[in-house]
Ligand binder design. Sequence first.
Ligand code: IVH
Length: 702
Amino acid sequence: MADLKNMTSEEAKEVHLTLVDTIRKHDESYYREDDPAIPDAEYDELRKQLLELEARFPELVTPDSPSQSLGVAPAKGFGKVKHKVSMLSLDNAFSNDELREFEGRIRRFLGLGPAEEVAFFAEPKIDGLSASLRYKKGRFIQGATRGDGQVGEDITANLRGVTDLPLEFAGAKAPPPDLFEIRGEVYMSKADFLELNKAQAESGGKIFANPRNAAAGSLRQLDHSITASRKLRFFAYAWGEASSVPGQTQAEVLAAFKNWGFSVNPLSEVCANMEEAIDAYRKIEELRAELDYDIDGVVFKVNRLEWQSRLGFVSRSPRWAIAHKFPAERATTIIEDIEIQVGRTGALTPVARLHPVTVGGVVVSNATLHNEDEIIRKDIRIGDTVVVQRAGDVIPQVVEVNLEKRPKDSAPYEFPTRCPICGSHAVKEVNETTGKEDAVRRCTGGLICRAQAVERLKHFISRNALDIEGLGAKLIESFYQDGLIKTPADIFTLEKRDAEPGNLQRIKNREGFGEKATRNLFDAIDDKREVPLDRFVYALGIRHIGQGNARLLARNYLSFDKLRSSLSDTSDNAGDAYAELLDIDGIGAAVADAVTEFFREDRNQEMLDDLLAEVTVTDFDPPAQDSAVAGKTVVFTGTLELMTRQEMKAKAEGLGAKVSGSISAKTDYLVAGANAGSKLKKAKDLDVTVLNEQEWLDLIGN
Ligand code: IVH
């Protein structure tokens, strides 16, 4: 580059243009085509020149200059990657009996006879972060985080720095598959973690609580040279999209991974049956303390892949795998105070403020006390000495009170009957069918309760809901406090209102903001003006509507218009619209009532009108659109002989069909097994197509 000191601003502009252009081209080939054209050192030099030039001529810094971002990923974060095959999580078993029940469920689902043994593959459950690595013809082309299981973040550049992550498959015996996604866990060894914290302490950097946090913090660095400097490792244990699978059992596939050059956990083994699997758990638990990496349990997978694929998955976990976590770690401490938090649905949750204590390597100073009944049941009082436990990511809990150490002057805790935030009455609802009082006391203030309003907003922007980058819980609190954001729609009108003439509260002037951070925030908000239906439904924070139920609703109604108009038309919890809702497999009365109650409330309708003026809800994209039964409603009846009813149903749903329990004019198919009764008659009356089992299997191409 020409001499900076004597450069005119005209010349600087020219040089800047060339530099920006060159860097962009290299970014493109590095990140997108995965084929860097120049050595890293040369690339770094170009970036350095750009920074120096812009330091001397600040007018050249535009928001889209490469100096404001890393690679092609926008400055505000990583690019998104849609997982073609969802990244699932695991169900947990807490005892050997639960493991045996797991085996029982598998046997029933597959309809196995008593003579047939189910072999399991046991693997340590690595306490790290899962990642999906895409290989094209055996070459690493893209890596992503799990994210919400459907969409993760593109961390390709960062993953390149992970030890034991081959950039190319080893072993030339057989040609590698055209496409293969390796899945596994990125983790940091205990030794490297201690070393990193030591270095961080010396340089005044962030101290990590445990190896898992250190691995997460290191992997999610926008500057991938930082990631590379931290020693991260990888164990391969699963796969996603694949043009072919190298084996017929879990064990065979992992052996192939090993040949390809991946690390496969050496403690993994095939167990001929569940009793052997339980032995494997004991063995791994005994070794736990000696290992140089954290594990938090053992994962059991059905070894035969053909059975895995028949078993499929429920909501977000496979039916063919389960995790048995190690027991929670415990410690003793004192309850210094009990505070009441008010949640999004008005629930008053008591929280114990503890004298800080280390439990399994993490400092704990709060524990949930769940609800009023729980405090009474355990007679928990302020000043008590208690045993607390933590299991994985779960919020610490109080297990028991040490009565011998109870102070003489202690008194039972009196649970408030008014909301500590808004002063409204806090009541326990009575369940209409059982006549029993609910364990949870709820604030009756609704949206006039600041706590409920704020918690709903926090939920609205949370990770599995709108997931607005840079707009977190703290910011929502402070924007709410200052009257900037009171409703979900306010989030989307923030920029417009901020720009209004005469506005004295400009966001860029707030502490911690400034021009660039404000721009990033507005961009991140704009990014979410289109939301998928299931996320949107979940984001509304309706009682009982978690991610699973939100998906069920989305899958049934397909568009928000349809969902809203149908559910707003349920004035007396009777009639067709209500019946349709209840007819969705998996939706019971409590959920149906909560949903219809939500849509009957005028304030919620107003909130939706305002919000929909700002955002577009995209229709639900049903899986396997190309299947003959996608979107169709099917009812199974009678004794099925070719597959268990559960497997039939799971298969139909996997192809995008709706499985219903009753026949109506909306039913497309009745699949009738032997001895079908009244449903068959009704189907004939309503002219519904009736198929036998084999005809149905032919239709779905089984
Ligand atoms: S299998 C469909 N195997 O545990 C298979 N997961 O709770 C899904 N994990 O998200 C995962 N070690 O991050 C599997 N040997 C192992 C594992 C493992 C750790 C993590 C993984 C996953 C989470 C599920």
